[in-house]
Unconditional design. Structure first.
Length: 412
């Protein structure tokens, strides 16, 4: 008799469960694993799934959902196993049965592999990540059109790499964009090898691109005070309040734009903000700092009106200009390298008024930079949601002189 069990095999806070099939055939034991589309939190799986008595209604509903989905998979696998020649049972067979999205044989066309990858990850990753993969997929199609050829997955090799680099240079993509999207290409290829059992170039992972240092800015506490003191009304007042909230919660626009009174909890008299980050799926709990509380008080306990990311980016540039944040600094901003009729936007380094470089991500970076060295780094990381200190330190944009002055002050 085959045995099927489900395991949580990830270091992430939320991840898809793994189905493990074990059976014995002609005196030999076999074990095959396959990811499922059933996504749960590590906390739920370790603490609650095996419990028989659960009183919390949310956890009870979660347990019902998970058990129903796992029962469907178990029934499908066991029935398929009994009707299959055991010599054909392998990892790919299990994957095809567990996840019927991959049940159709893949032809090996690279674009088709990418489509399989995006579909397989659609429930696991944030919409922003899926959007990135879709962009890379579209660029691969443009590369095929440019070179008038169609790539199979086993043709994603050093020749393709040279085509890829040449195309990105021809279209003025930055080194960091090129590196990031080449990493996506490797993920697609690895997926084809591991999940679709396709033959791929064995040396692709050895090709690693270099990045270049970014010239990002942040808003100092003094600049934020100038912004707070502005006499604004209407849409600019609304955008200004969101900017202040972002700079004192360290969250991305995809997260802070969803804030509502439902996110606020009270713990022994301390108001806290609880959220689940859209990109990382991490559960974050933050103290509501006085700057944020002032905005809530001003708006009778409510957060500002919702605003589109495009309008928000436009408005905060104008707000910073009104606050006199116009010092010319070195940085990078998107400029049109195409024509008025066919605009093509790329980031271009140069010296610009600081207000022109402000984007929605500045709140997250400002929080990390302003409080680095004042609040212990692990506590700052618990607010930003960074997994490693290296990732977090990439956000710190202090000038070396500022760091030296801070060190002198701490040691004096």
């Amino acid at each position: 008799m085959p045995g099927l069990k489900f395991l949580y095999r990830s270091s992430k806070v939320r991840a898809p469960l793994t189905a493990r099939l074990r059976f014995r055939f002609e005196g030999k034991d076999y074990t095959f694993d396959s990811k499922t589309s059933v996504i749960v939190s590590k906390l739920y799986w370790n603490e609650y799934h095996s419990k028989k008595r659960i009183t919390d209604p949310q956890i009870k509903n979660e347990k019902l959902r998970v058990e129903q989905e796992l029962n469907i998979i178990e029934k499908r696998v066991i029935e398929a196993f009994h009707s299959e020649n055991k010599l054909n049972v392998n990892k790919l067979w299990l994957q095809n049965v567990v996840d019927d999205r991959l049940s159709k044989k893949c032809s090996g066309l690279f674009l088709e592999v990418i489509d399989y990858y995006i579909e397989a990850k659609s429930k696991e990753l944030a919409p922003s990540s899926i959007k990135t993969y879709q962009k890379v997929r579209n660029k691969v199609k443009k590369i095929e059109d440019h070179y008038q050829r169609t790539y199979l997955i086993d043709q994603i090799d050093r020749t393709f790499y040279e085509d890829f680099i040449t195309y990105y240079q021809l279209h003025s993509y930055s080194a960091n964009t090129t590196k990031k999207e080449w990493k996506c290409i490797k993920s697609f290829v690895n997926f084809g090898a591991e999940e679709l059992d396709l033959t791929v170039c064995p040396n692709l992972n050895k090709i690693i691109l270099k990045s270049e240092e970014t010239e990002d800015i942040y808003l100092t506490l003094e600049e934020l005070e100038k912004i707070k003191q502005l006499d604004l009304t209407g849409r600019f007042d609304n955008a200004r309040d969101w900017l202040i909230i972002s700079c004192f919660t360290a969250q991305r626009i995809s997260d802070f734009s969803l804030f509502s009174t439902e996110n606020i909890i009270d713990h022994d008299g301390q108001k806290l903000l609880r959220l689940n980050q859209q990109k990382t799926k991490k559960n974050i709990v933050l103290p509501i700092l006085s700057e944020v509380q002032c905005i809530l008080d001003k708006r009778k306990g409510s957060f500002p009106r919702k605003i589109s990311s495009q309008k928000y980016n436009d408005y905060i540039k104008e707000i910073c200009k009104l606050a006199g944040i116009t010092e010319v600094v070195y940085g990078a901003k998107k400029v049109n390298i195409g024509t008025d009729k066919n605009p093509v936007y790329r980031k271009k380094k140069g010296r610009y008024p600081k207000c022109e470089l402000v984007t929605s991500h500045i709140g997250r970076r400002s929080f990390a930079t302003n409080y680095y060295g004042i609040i212990p780094t692990p506590l700052l990381m618990s607010a930003t949601g960074h997994s490693t200190e290296k990732q977090f330190l990439d956000y710190i944009k202090r000038d070396p002189i500022d760091n030296a002055l801070m060190l002198a002050k701490m040691l004096s």
